[in-house]
Design a protein around this ligand. Structure first.
Ligand code: F6P
Length: 327
């Protein structure tokens, strides 16, 4: 059912992801093409709650497609779980006469948006953005490709010095509970081992495997997912030293993985998702996410609760990587 829409709002929430600006641009331009005015709320749900907004005419998104970060800024805002905080955000939208909201973020942000919709009748559409690529219901989240390329570039550089000095490195990558980043850059970066949270391999088991190596290497790289304890890789290095008496240098890539100019894949998918988000709003959809499945955009209902079954990596890749590295 086509809806006559005059205004819509957009915000970015949670951790930033390269490609968010391309999605904002696509929303603004797709809306403008059919006469819809766009308001941007700054600093995510905090800005929506405190009524911190800017007008987003087409010119506001010029020269942004190539920029990392988010021109709307973002914050983590757990307070949005509280009904009275959401009531303030709803009041803001009502004051602006806005009945449609597009949220760029992860599944936590989408659940907040869904509650807001249920409490107010305001239509919400989510665009999945996180370098972790772990959002259930979509095969791809904006930012992932740029982050893995950034991490890979760093690993290639570490390789240069590792092999010049015959040194070993543990490289820690982001991804929280998901091993997508670790797995992809581990395979693409020729890592000897990849430690991902999904397999929950103990450090002792890793060291057992390391001690069974058949081949001496002049230098080596192990990729470690940060999992739930960023920085834990230093402890792994200490344990390896204690058991095998082998020195491992540690490099925690950290927030460098969240920045930078988005890749072709991120810009393209962000642009398509932004366009489809506006189409979804116009066709009367709500509480849906624009998912990416089989290289196409599709609508997927935002789930009610945190799903136990998250997007998971194919753990067979860990074994395949072992074969490829000939350890
Ligand atoms: O969810 C994206 C992410 O970059 C994770 O990979 C990482 O653990 C987390 O955000 C870091 O969050 P913050 O920037 O709030 O420290």
């Amino acid at each position: 059912m086509a809806k006559q829409i005059k205004k819509l709002a957009i915000l970015t929430s949670g951790g930033d992801a390269p490609g968010m600006n391309a999605a904002i641009r696509a929303v603004v331009r797709s809306a403008q093409a059919i006469g819809i005015e766009v308001t941007g709320f700054l600093d995510g749900f905090a800005g929506l709650t405190n009524d911190n907004s800017i007008a987003l005419p087409s010119t506001a998104v010029a020269n942004t497609i190539q920029r990392g970060g988010t021109i709307l800024r973002t914050v983590r805002f757990p307070e949005f779980k509280e009904p009275e905080v959401r009531a303030k955000a709803i009041a803001t939208l009502k004051r602006h006469n806005i009945d449609n909201l597009i949220v760029l973020g992860g599944d936590g942000s989408f659940r907040g948006a869904k509650l807001l919709s249920e409490e107010s009748g305001i239509s919400v559409i989510g665009i999945p953005c996180t370098i972790d690529n772990d959002i259930n219901g979509t095969e791809y989240s904006i930012g992932f490709d740029t982050a893995r390329n950034t991490a890979l570039e760093a690993i290639d550089k570490i390789r240069d010095t590792a092999f010049s000095h015959s040194r070993n490195f543990l490289v820690e990558v982001m991804g929280r509970a998901a091993g997508f980043l670790a797995m992809d850059v581990g395979i693409a970066g020729g890592a000897e081992f990849v430690l991902v949270p999904e397999l929950n391999m103990s450090v002792d088991a890793l060291i057992d495997k390391m001690s069974q190596r058949q081949r001496y290497k002049m230098g080596s790289i192990i990729v470690v997912a940060e999992a739930d304890r960023p920085g834990h890789t230093f402890e792994i290095a200490d344990k390896i030293k204690a058991r095998l008496d082998i020195e491992y240098k540690v490099c925690v890539l950290g927030h460098i993985q969240r920045g930078g100019s988005p890749t072709v894949r991120d810009r393209k998918i962000a642009s398509l998702m932004g366009y489809h988000a506006v189409q979804a709003i116009c066709s009367g959809q709500s509480k849906q996410m624009i998912s990416y499945v089989n290289e196409h955009c599709a609508l997927m209902p935002i789930p009610d609760v945190e799903l136990a079954a998250r997007n998971l990596i194919d753990t067979n890749m860990v074994d395949i990587n072992q074969v490829l590295c000939g350890v």
